[in-house]
Ligand binder design. Structure first.
Ligand code: M6R
Length: 610
């Protein structure tokens, strides 16, 4: 996830680009850059760091231009650095890109053989070189870009300029957002509307396969696949600038919850072959024979990431049949852990900067474990210090409460378990294909799961003024009960506990009376009957029950009228689907209690101290 901006018109483009990038900074903030046309030459200015660093860099130059493109980066390929920052350039062609080019490696090798020289580690640079290759054969910018696109696999929203065609910007979209702003004699391109909302409310939302050719005289849109002109109408944006920054959502947390289908798609894209039933191991820096040798796995993390680790234990032990130990990072580092030979430590961290997690990671390496990190921030300390990395591509998570980072961590663990199961021979080809096929359907199922929004809002209204809340789960969904409780505590300040439902009778059931709401996770699995009995126990003591179950399961109907139905999936992926109503419930209860959802009291997004 990155932010792109472009401007052509009568104003000085430089402050317009900088303003747009600031509005897009929530999409990525590890490096930034702009390119512009001055004295008929393309200029590029880039730096690692935030937009304010870019501003400082260009301040003294007093640059002026009436056309330019800019980018704020969230690294996916190549660490955050000046060389990897966009715009990328090949001779007179400059490109800004948001998305992932899956086949960039093969393309780059092919272009190198033809004499193209690459200066970055990014996937984006192949786009400039491909366009350059066709422009050198006499194609116009739009034709050269159209030819270049035929080689690309993956997702992209790109902005392109060519020194030889000084009054033109191209914008193309496939699976990454891109909008065109229409002003009075001036035009914009951007990943998101807030980038130009200060200047115009008229916008064209590009669809997949559409290319906007923008000159000083206007915008023409082509469907590059059908090779025909599209008669596209501008729409009027009615959002306020503050709403627009959050994509029309009231809070980043809600936006991030609704981004999950996209975040999961990005995390799985290009990572496996369904036909071979195989997960791509390149990034883990592990060969299959190394994987085969592991006979013990440690999973270490903090907070919500620790809940992902707990789910990971169920996935790995069930699929691979090797023992796993799960630790809270701050406990691991002080408990003198015993690390046997052939031991893998999986560290899970959204930020890659959590102090306790880093300390545990270092301790495990010192004791001889091989460390793999599941991390969302490219180039973070955890990623730099690990032996292998699995990046989740959920994009920047701004809300302090972790949501999309959590479900993409679970997605990563699922893929890793399948890789391990293949290496260990515990799942045959057909079984692995079945597991991967279910994963392919996951983004759509998450989309469907989000339909529960209205039902959850009604339940939030019913319960938002309670003092305590209990969450019950069993097996692989017990960590989801913990996650539901943590989210509620964290953002609504209601006291909440998550319990394995079978433990109720050993103490917590004493808390049940008619003031105590109890949310039970009741998937249609081998422990359904058990959880139904636990629900009866709550009901008979006057507790107020909410059930989360799967569509078609009528067995919960007699226990409570408050039921949230979720789409069915396999055992291992249920935690992803079931966490959605729990995150939404915490969100709406917090909103009704007028809490600061995105920045709850006493908390920070990255806990970089012990
Ligand atoms: O960046 P990390 O994943 O290492 O962060 C770990 C926890 O601090 C984090 O998950 C925290 O518990 C969240 N605020 C929960 O929503």
């Amino acid at each position: 996830m990155c932010g792109i901006i472009g401007y052509i018109g009568k104003r000085n483009a430089i402050p317009v680009l900088i303003h747009g990038l600031k509005r897009l900074e929530y999409r990525g903030y590890d490096s930034a850059g702009i390119s512009f046309l001055k004295d008929s030459k393309i200029g590029v200015r880039r730096c690692s760091g935030k937009i304010k660093d870019l501003e400082t860099l260009i301040k003294k130059e007093k640059l002026k231009s009436t056309i330019g493109i800019g980018h704020t980066r969230w690294a996916t390929h190549g660490r955050p650095s000046e060389e990897n920052a966009h715009p990328h350039r090949a001779d007179g062609i400059v490109v800004v890109h948001n998305g992932i080019i899956e086949n960039y490696f093969e393309l780059r090798e092919g272009l190198k053989k033809r004499g193209h020289v690459f200066t970055s580690e990014t996937d984006t640079e192949v786009i400039c070189h491909l366009i350059l290759r066709y422009s050198k054969s006499g194609y116009s910018l739009e034709d050269a870009t159209r030819e270049a696109l035929k080689h690309l696999e993956g997702a992209y929203a790109i902005g392109v300029m060519n020194e030889a065609e000084p009054d033109k910007i191209l914008a193309v979209k496939k699976d990454s957002p891109l909008v065109v702003g229409i002003g009075d004699g001036e035009f914009f391109i951007a990943s998101d509307i807030p980038a130009f909302l200060k200047y115009t409310r008229d916008a064209m939302i590009l669809e997949n396969g559409e290319m906007a050719i923008i000159t000083r005289n206007g915008v023409t849109v082509h469907d590059v696949r059908k090779n025909e002109t599209v008669n596209k109408k501008a729409i009027q944006i009615t959002w306020s600038p503050a709403m627009a920054e959050k994509g029309g959502f009231r809070h980043f947390m809600l936006k991030e919850i609704f981004e999950q289908p996209r975040a999961i798609s990005d995390t799985i894209r290009g990572r496996f072959s369904l036909e071979k039933g195989e997960v791509n191991l390149k990034e883990f820096s592990l060969t299959e024979s190394q994987l085969k040798k592991f006979n013990k796995v440690f999973l270490v993390a903090c907070g919500t990431s620790w809940h992902a680790a707990l789910v990971g234990k169920y996935m790995i032990e069930d699929m691979v049949r090797i023992p796993c130990e799960v630790d809270i990072a701050s406990e691991f580092r002080y408990r003198k852990p015993i690390i046997p030979e052939h031991c893998l430590m999986i560290v899970i961290t959204q930020s890659g900067e959590t102090a306790d997690t880093l300390a545990a990671q270092r301790e495990a390496r010192r004791l001889g474990a091989r460390v793999m990190t599941i991390c969302n921030v490219v180039g973070s300390t955890s990623a730099r210090e690990a032996d292998g990395i699995f990046y989740t591509h959920s994009g920047p998570e701004i809300g302090v409460a972790s949501t999309k980072a959590f479900t993409t961590q679970l997605t990563a663990l699922y893929l890793f378990s399948i890789a391990l199961a293949k290496a260990k021979g515990t799942r045959n080809l057909k079984e692995r294909q079945g597991l991967l096929n279910e994963l392919l359907q996951l983004p759509e199922k998450v989309e469907k799961a989000l339909y529960c929004h209205d039902a959850v809002k009604r339940m939030a209204k019913k319960y938002y003024d309670v003092r305590d809340f209990l969450y019950l789960g069993r097996g692989i969904n017990y960590p989801i009960a913990l996650e539901g409780a943590l989210k509620l505590k964290e953002i609504s300040y209601i006291h909440a506990e998550g319990y394995p439902a079978g433990e109720m009778k050993h103490g917590p059931i004493a808390l049940i009376d008619n003031n105590m709401p109890v949310l039970a996770l009741a998937p249609d699995d081998t422990v359904l009957e058990k959880i139904l009995s636990n629900m009866e126990e709550v009901k008979s003591r006057g507790g107020k029950l909410i059930a989360v179950t799967v569509e078609g399961n009528t067995k919960v109907n007699s226990r409570t009228p408050d039921i949230i139905f979720m789409p069915g999936t396999n055992y291992y992926l249920t935690p992803i689907i079931f966490s959605i109503p729990l995150h939404l419930l915490a969100y709406h209860m917090a909103v009704l209690r007028k809490c600061n959802v995105d920045q709850p009291r006493n908390l920070a997004k990255s806990v970089t101290v012990e």
